[in-house]
Design a protein around this ligand. Structure first.
Ligand code: NDP
Length: 254
C-alpha cells in the first residue's frame, strides 16, 4: 500500500503541473469559461455530487479498511478524519444543493478529471494521516503547527463559505447572469471563494504536517490561481466600472 501511496502523490504532482500548464493558457471550461461549443455536458448538480464523492469515500475506505492506522486511530487522526468528512459533506453535498440555477451544465471531461483526481487525493491524504507518527499522540493537539494550522483553516473556511454565500445570493431573484460581487473578501479580490479555499488548505497542511496535505495545497494553488486571474480579467472586461483596487486572488498582491 506504501508504494501505491507514493505513486498517488507523484500522480497528483503531475496532474498539478498539467493543470497549471493548461489553465495558464485557458481557464477550465466550466461556468463563465464554458463556450456554447462545449460538447459532452451534464447537469451541474449531479456533476458536483459525482466528482466530489471520492474525497469522502476514498478517504473513509482507506482510513478504516484499506490501510488503517496500525495502532488504531489516535485522537488527532480522528479529528482530521472528521474535519475532512465535514468539509466534503459541505462541498460535495450541501454546496451543490445551495446553488440556485438548476439549468447549468458541467463538462463531462471535467467530471472525469475531477473524479480521478479526488480518488487519488482522498486515498493519499487518508494514508498519510493514518501513518503519520506525530498524529499518533494527543500531544499533537498542543503543537504550535497544529494550533496555528487550525486557526488558519477556520479563517479560510469562513472566508470561503461567506464568499460562496455572497455569490449564491447574486442569483437569489432568479437572475441567471453575472453581477459584481460585493462585501466580505470580495472587497479585496475578485475570487474571494478561491482565496478562502487556498487559506483553508494551507491551514489544513500545517495542522496535519503531512506530504499529502502539502501536495494538495500546491495542487489547489495551481488549479485556482490561474482561474482566479481569468475571472478577474473577465470582470474587468465585462464591467467597465469594476472596482480598480481589487486584485485577482491574493489581497494586495495578485
Ligand atoms: P466560481 O466562482 O466560478 O462559481 C461559483 C458559483 O457562483 C457558480 O455557481 C457561479 O455560476 C456563480 N457565480 C460566480 N460568479 C458570479 C457572479 N459574478 N454573479 C453571479 N453568479 C456568480 O467557483 P467554482 O464553481 O470554480 O468553485 C465553487 C467552489 O468550489 C468554490 O468555493 C471553490 O473554492 C471550490 N473549489 C475548490 C477546488 C479545490 O481545488 N479545492 C477546485 C474548484 C472549486 P456559473 O457556474 O454559472 O459561473
Amino acid at each position: 500500500m506504501g508504494t501505491a501511496y507514493l505513486y498517488a502523490l507523484g500522480l497528483i504532482l503531475l496532474m498539478g503541473l498539467g493543470t497549471l500548464a493548461t489553465t495558464l493558457r485557458q481557464a477550465g471550461p466550466y461556468g463563465r469559461h464554458m463556450t456554447e461549443a462545449q460538447r459532452g455536458t451534464m447537469p451541474a448538480l449531479p456533476a458536483w455530487l459525482l466528482f466530489e464523492s471520492p474525497q469522502w469515500f476514498a478517504f473513509a475506505l482507506t482510513f478504516w479498511l484499506l490501510a488503517p492506522p496500525a495502532a488504531g486511530p489516535a485522537a488527532p487522526m480522528l479529528f482530521i478524519f472528521c474535519l475532512w468528512q465535514a468539509h466534503y459533506t459541505y462541498r460535495g453535498l450541501i454546496y451543490p444543493l445551495r446553488m440556485r440555477d438548476r439549468h447549468r451544465r458541467f463538462p463531462l471531461i471535467a467530471v472525469v478529471m475531477g473524479f480521478s483526481f479526488n480518488l487519488l487525493n482522498g486515498f493519499a491524504n487518508a494514508y498519510d494521516v493514518g501513518h503519520a507518527g506525530h498524529l499518533m499522540s494527543a500531544d499533537w493537539f498542543a503543537d504550535p503547527r497544529f494550533l496555528a494550522g487550525l486557526v488558519v483553516a477556520v479563517i479560510g473556511w469562513l472566508v470561503n463559505f461567506q464568499a460562496d454565500s455572497i455569490l449564491i445570493k447574486l442569483r437569489a431573484d432568479g437572475f441567471t447572469g453575472y453581477r459584481v460581487p460585493r462585501g466580505g473578501a470580495f472587497r479585496y479580490v475578485s475570487a474571494a471563494n478561491y482565496f478562502g479555499e487556498i487559506v483553508f488548505w494551507a491551514g489544513f497542511a500545517l495542522m496535519c504536517w503531512t506530504w499529502a496535505g502539502l501536495v494538495f495545497l500546491l495542487f489547489t494553488m495551481a488549479n485556482l490561481m490561474p482561474r482566479a486571474v481569468a475571472h478577474h480579467r473577465w470582470y474587468r472586461r465585462e464591467f467597465p466600472d469594476y472596482p480598480k483596487s481589487r486584485r485577482a486572488v491574493i489581497p494586495g498582491l495578485l
